[in-house]
Design a protein around this ligand. Structure first.
Ligand code: MN
Length: 492
């Protein structure tokens, strides 16, 4: 909880009074007075540690759209910054309302909502308010009619949870995804929840022992550490199972322990200690400290096999890395790093931590746009989605692929059976070539024939290591052992 929570400033109090008055007489589907919603959003933003302007904008976020209050009123009372944030949130909802159902807007438009949000949300705080707004709405989704529930839940899974991930807000992503998944596929949710519970129960005793062993070993080496179990979200298990042909035995991070230590040196020492206790699995060591994920996530991961043949994943990180992994940009950007980025913009420092670079680039581009200067939108998109494009099956399922992917990558991502039998591809309804680079928003239809066999020449029409491994396997099943192929696939 933020220290500000119990000491509301006069500005904040004034905002609450203003919102109460503006929304009076309005009710939510739950039957409660409408003001309950903006106040809940306020609380969430406070818990995330956002600055006062953002919290005030959270209180007022629905007023311009749904009440008589105008942007001018807000500007006069609270200044430019709050008005700018409320305006951004209002623009986002207006834009969204202008689009058709998620079922149509996601597959058919190249400017899907996620991209639109980023294009409009040129102050990252607008997106953070929108995320808080959606979090409260999905927490209270049960009050809506079933059809609407499904729609909002689906949009949450496909747009908001990935956005939270983009901002490295891990805790938010997990909560949003699981709440939404429950509505999208209730039966599957329950099934997987039971499965996880069962697994956890059967692993409980051995996990306790492993935890004990590790803590003792760390203590012997004088490393101060907190060791705790990490719960895997139902939705991420669902996604992983889909990727591994529903084979739960291929999911190695089902049981995971998290070790939090004081500094980076201790991270690597702890990794060494764990490897001296247990057998590390080949190709399962990941150094996200030296090479952070695109969203800034840092940690050391390793999967080991214990003497009792249990497979356990360890995640090792410092307190700061942990905080950032859980709370993401909401935690670090506007508090600790604002000065850093300010100095960067003014040219006082040359290098930014990589996790902040894309945000800063986005904001600088947005500032240029506001000044009426031209920017290269293509480049901006590339920076934001350097690692990812979203393309669609004709049915509208979203497939995310690395930027640079081609039709065969798409086909092998769907299934190796599909990949092996490709005879052609239609992109956005037109016949196309297999070496055509896929673009953001393309609708890709793979044509297959059961008489087709994989071709050596396809290797040049493939971008992802995932597809390459599958193709190589199909081409030379006798020279590459199955085990090594599978391993490569996993480490991709
Ligand atoms: Mn709202």
């Amino acid at each position: 909880m933020s220290p500000r929570a119990d000491a509301e400033s006069d500005r904040l109090k004034k905002a609450i009074t203003m919102a109460k008055k503006a929304h009076s007489g309005q009710f939510r589907k739950t039957g409660e007075p409408y003001i309950v919603h903006p106040l809940a959003v306020k609380k969430i933003l406070e818990e995330w540690g956002m600055d006062e302007d953002t919290v005030i904008a959270g209180v007022l976020h629905d007023t311009v759209e749904d009440t008589d209050l105008t942007l001018e009123d807000i500007r006069n009372e609270f200044g430019n910054s709050v008005a700018f944030l409320v305006d951004g949130v209002t623009k986002l909802s207006t834009a969204r309302r202008g689009m058709r159902d998620i079922d149509t807007y996601l597959p058919s438009t190249k400017d899907n909502f996620l991209r639109l949000m980023i294009a409009l949300g040129d102050d990252i705080r607008v997106l953070i308010i929108k995320l808080a707004d959606r979090l409260h709405n999905i927490r209270t989704l049960s009050a809506l009619p079933p059809e609407k529930q499904k729609k909002i839940a689906k949009e949450t899974l496909e747009v908001f949870a990935p956005l939270a991930d983009r901002l490295n807000m891990g805790r938010l992503r997990v909560e949003m995804a699981d709440l939404a998944f429950k509505y999208v596929d209730p039966r599957r949710f329950e099934e997987l929840e039971t499965l996880i519970e069962k697994r956890n129960k059967s692993a409980e005793q051995s996990l306790k022992k492993i935890k004990q062993e590790v803590m003792e070993a760390l203590k012997r080496e004088k490393i101060t550490a907190e060791v705790s179990g990490r719960v895997k979200s139902v939705y991420s298990l669902h996604r992983k199972l889909a990727k591994h042909n529903q084979n739960i035995n291929e999911i190695y991070d089902l049981t995971a322990l998290r070790i939090i230590v004081d500094d980076i040196t201790d991270c690597y020492l702890a990794l060494g200690i764990i490897h001296s206790l247990y057998m590390p699995m080949n190709g399962r060591i990941k150094d996200y400290i030296a090479m952070p994920k695109q969203n800034g996530y840092q940690s050391l991961h390793t999967t080991v096999i214990t003497k009792d043949k249990h497979i356990v994943e360890f995640q090792i990180r410092t307190k700061e890395m942990h905080e950032y992994a859980e709370r993401g940009l909401a935690a670090s950007f506007y508090y600790n790093e604002q000065k850093v980025t300010e100095n960067y913009k003014q040219g006082k420092i040359k290098h930014l931590p990589t996790n902040l670079l894309w945000i800063t680039e986005l904001q600088m581009a947005a500032a240029k746009l506001r000044e009426g200067k031209k920017i290269d939108l293509k480049k901006l998109k590339l920076n934001l989605f350097a690692d990812k494009i979203f393309v669609y099956t004709p049915k509208g399922d979203i497939i995310d692929l690395p930027n640079g992917a081609m039709p065969l990558d798409f086909a092998y991502r769907l299934h190796s059976e599909i990949g092996d039998h490709v005879v052609g591809v239609k992109i956005n309804g037109k016949m196309s070539n297999l070496n055509k680079k896929l673009e953001q928003g393309d609708i890709v239809e793979i044509l297959t024939s059961k008489n087709q066999t994989p071709k050596q020449s396809w290797l040049e029409k493939i971008f992802t290591s995932h597809a390459r491994t599958k193709l190589m396997h199909a081409l030379r099943p006798s020279t590459i052992s199955e085990e090594s192929t599978r391993r490569k696939h996993r480490t991709k």
